[in-house]
Design a binder for this molecule. Structure first.
Ligand SMILES: [Zn+2]
Length: 211
């Protein structure tokens, strides 16, 4: 499946799935001190813009409307974080071979139900595309394709490719393993090198104690 943005444009994703990129908007997600990247509604819009989910013009419009209705923007941010945490926990459970909590699946389904009524198919050149007919003034429209992405991934044949960084300090990054033999363990070189260094020092320590 090739996910697309709100207006049918191609996305720019790190892990190939919108729901996983969204889940990764917290650093050290599996640690005792997770670092939030979405601290304001503007952060949420900036993320949506960065992955091309929302086009520049639409993003500017969202920021203007959020400035006029700060309380609603704050509520939208809270809804976004709640959906993200539910998605994170669902796929972290899947990656660990465990059952996701029904309440988290409910949260995904609620966002899905809210959004799907605005999903349309439209002619784009010589092909057809999904696009989202977001009502004017809605501040949460960008969450609907995220929920749909989670539903698509959960029901896809590739679900077993979902993994979580094996970092012991709690990096928690969720990834989609495209390696041939499903051998990916780390989010990237940072965590892989730290693990390598840790093994190296553990060996030295062990050798010291053995003497
Ligand atoms: Zn990592």
């Amino acid at each position: 499946m090739h996910e697309r943005g709100m207006q049918g444009q191609p996305l720019q994703l790190e892990e190939g799935w919108l729901c996983l990129d969204f889940a990764n908007t917290v650093s050290w997600h599996a640690s005792a001190r997770p670092q939030e990247k979405l601290n304001t509604y503007a952060d949420l819009v900036a993320w949506a813009r960065s992955v091309r989910l929302v086009e520049d013009k639409a993003a500017d419009r969202l920021l203007t409307e959020a400035a006029q209705r700060p309380e609603e923007a704050q509520a939208a941010l809270h809804a976004a974080r709640a959906l993200r945490e539910a998605i994170y926990r669902v796929f972290a459970a899947v990656a660990a071979g465990a059952d996701p909590a029904p309440a988290d699946l409910d949260t995904v389904n609620e966002a899905l139900a809210r959004g799907m009524v605005y999903l349309r198919v439209a002619r784009a050149g010589d092909e057809f595309r999904w696009w989202w007919d977001v009502p004017r003034g809605s501040l949460t429209g960008m969450l609907w394709p995220v929920a749909r992405s989670a539903a698509e991934l959960l029901t896809s044949d590739d679900l077993s490719r979902v993994g979580q960084c094996a970092d012991e300090d709690g990096c928690g990054w969720l990834f989609f393993d495209v390696s041939k033999n499903h051998s990916r363990r780390w989010c990237g070189p940072g965590c892989a090198n730290r693990a390598k260094a840790r093994r190296f020092y553990a060996r030295i320590k062990q050798a010291g104690e053995d003497q």
